[in-house]
Design a protein around this ligand. Structure first.
Ligand code: F6P
Length: 554
């Protein structure tokens, strides 16, 4: 379909979204017989329920027409085929190749040569992990490794940490993991607190090997090892690197055998599946790591093969897009009811907001529609006691995504059941609300007019309007396969949204400017340097104040 078709499809979706104000989700659930069949589905071991949105069936038809008019399928195919879908950096985005089974469709998906390279790195990761896990890998003093400190930030941190937590049931009993991302020295102190350098393994993970935080922390860690008696000659037993910039890592002092490579066609926020996932493999073992890859691959196949109308990532993307139009200003609240998924929100924030926080389309012109809703949230049930009040009774309407992993095994205190019931109860409350007329007996059935007014007043405060949208992603259990499938679901949702908006989901130019300016400002903190004459007055005043504060501290 030509662009006119796309613009018309957009206008039709927007028109329906504008007209959706009075829609009651309960009415849609009651009156649309095909609703459950159209908006709930199973894919790669996950159950997805999108029925509780203010999205009527005809609007879903309009969204699917938009997906077709946006050439979603051919763009997806282009990504799988290794075309330069990251068009501003002229690179493919081939994370799907990292989880294609060895020897199978990898060649077709990834193009010549990639499959063998991916398999070789995985095999090296396997051997290294087995050596560390078995205790065969010894530190400089001959002791096995007990602690792993992973240094990285953004995509080089969030995925590995999330995966270690998600696969906690399979965690190696001897190995403990710490994650160091922030350049704040206190973060470093916390990461190494109580650790013995002789039994510590550090992993420096950085695609670019230039990231400020990771570079400084890696230097600090090398100093920490040296102070603990691990000199340069022994460092290879305690420090390994993961990077796409092998030259810079070698210049840092790492030998090729201490380096696990990946390629620049793996985006940072899509890199868990590459060598960046090493901490997860060390913790849960090579078999579980490969099971995670297999789960992600199952979702890759679903995304590639299922028709648009029955395609989980596509439907998730279309519902998200709908909400940006039907509920202007709405954010996306993500609430995993699983302690093991407590870091999912942080990972999703980078995935969705770094990928799609863009304001111009492929042609460089501003996009006509809002992109990348703010993603936030936290683990249930904790967040029920912090921000859920606003979700139930606040003036804004924010769709909530419930991610529920059915807890395993009986629990003497019934905590798993309490967790499940809380998720389901909150969903019901968001949908149905309550009138508020169920006020305590003292205020009800008031004998006189004043008491009657008081009851109405209290009812107004107690009333929950309901009709608040939510999604549910149900995992029969949280295992490595389903975890991999869950992350791949979100990756493909994010890419699909990018194609609908016609933006580049795989670049991140916006984060560069702040980094560059920090680099220019840092030398100016040195009181011995004269501040440049052209410095903006407010920045000059701030720097002078900081310098004076430091001077007064001595
Ligand atoms: O924040 C920008 C960013 O480039 C992310 O995209 C990336 O995940 C993160 O920094 C870390 O980058 P690197 O892995 O190169 O250190």
């Amino acid at each position: 379909m030509n662009d006119d078709g796309r613009s018309e499809a957009w206008r039709e979706v927007a028109r329906r979204a504008r007209a959706s104000g009075g829609i009651r989700i309960a009415s849609l659930l009651r009156d649309e017989p095909a609703r459950a069949q159209r908006l709930s589905l199973d894919a790669a071991g996950l159950h997805l329920d999108l029925t509780r949105h203010r999205l009527p069936g005809e609007a879903l038809d309009a969204l699917l027409a938009l997906a077709r008019a946006s050439s979603l399928e051919s763009r997806r195919d282009a990504m799988y085929a290794g075309e330069e879908v990251n068009f501003t950096e002229q690179r493919p985005a081939l994370h799907v190749a990292l989880r294609a089974p060895a020897g199978a469709a990898a060649g077709a998906i990834a193009g010549e040569g990639i499959a063998a390279e991916v398999a070789a790195t995985l095999d090296r990761m396997d051997r290294f992990s087995e050596a560390v896990r078995s205790g065969e890998w010894r530190g400089a003093t001959g002791q096995p490794i007990s602690h792993v400190v992973h240094i990285g930030i953004g995509g080089s941190h969030l995925g590995p940490q999330l995966a270690c937590e998600a696969l906690i049931d399979h965690a190696h009993p001897r190995l403990r993991f710490r994650f160091l991302s922030n350049v704040d020295p206190r973060a470093f102190d916390r990461a190494v607190n109580g650790l013995d350098p002789a039994t510590t393994l550090a992993i420096v993970a950085s695609k670019s090997w230039h990231t400020l935080e990771t570079a400084r922390n890696a230097q600090a860690l090398r100093r920490w090892f040296a102070a603990g008696g691990i000199g340069h000659g022994d460092l290879h037993r305690h420090l390994v690197g993961i990077t796409a910039n092998l030259e810079a890592a070698r210049a840092f002092g790492l030998a090729p055998e201490s380096l696990f490579p990946f390629r620049d066609w793996v985006g940072g926020r899509y890199s868990l599946w590459s060598a960046i996932g090493l901490p997860a493999m060390l913790s849960a073992g090579p078999q579980r790591f490969r099971a995670m890859l297999a789960g992600a691959h199952a979702m890759d196949r679903h995304f590639a093969e299922a028709p648009l109308a029955a395609n989980a990532p596509v439907l998730l993307a279309l519902v998200s897009l709908w909400n940006t139009l039907a509920l202007p200003g709405a954010t996306e609240v993500v609430v995993p009811y699983s302690d093991a998924l407590r870091s999912l929100t942080a990972w999703l924030q980078q995935l969705q907001m770094e990928s799609n926080g863009k304001r111009v389309g492929r042609d460089g012109a501003p996009v006509a529609w809002p992109t990348a809703p703010v993603v936030w949230g936290g683990p249930g049930t904790d967040v029920q006691h912090s921000f859920f009040q606003a979700l139930h009774q606040g003036t804004g309407v924010h769709p909530v995504e419930f991610i529920v992993a059915v807890p395993s095994g009986p629990d003497p205190e019934g905590r798993g059941d309490a967790l499940l019931a809380s998720a389901l109860g909150q969903r019901e409350a968001l949908l149905h609300g309550r009138s508020g007329n169920d006020a305590p007996a003292a205020a009800q059935g008031a004998p006189d007019a004043a008491a009657g007014q008081a009851a109405a007043w209290l009812a107004a405060h107690r009333a929950c309007p309901g009709n608040r949208p939510s999604s549910l992603i149900l995992l029969d259990r949280l295992d490595a396969e389903r975890f991999g499938a869950l992350l791949a679901l979100y990756e493909h949702k994010t890419a699909a949204l990018g194609w609908l908006w016609d933006i580049d989901s795989f670049d991140q130019w916006g984060v560069e400017l702040g980094k560059q300016l920090a680099g220019e400002i840092e030398p100016l903190l040195d009181a011995a340097r004269e501040l440049p004459a052209q410095l903006a007055p407010d920045l000059r005043a701030l720097l002078e104040r900081i310098r004076a504060t430091r001077a007064s501290r001595g």
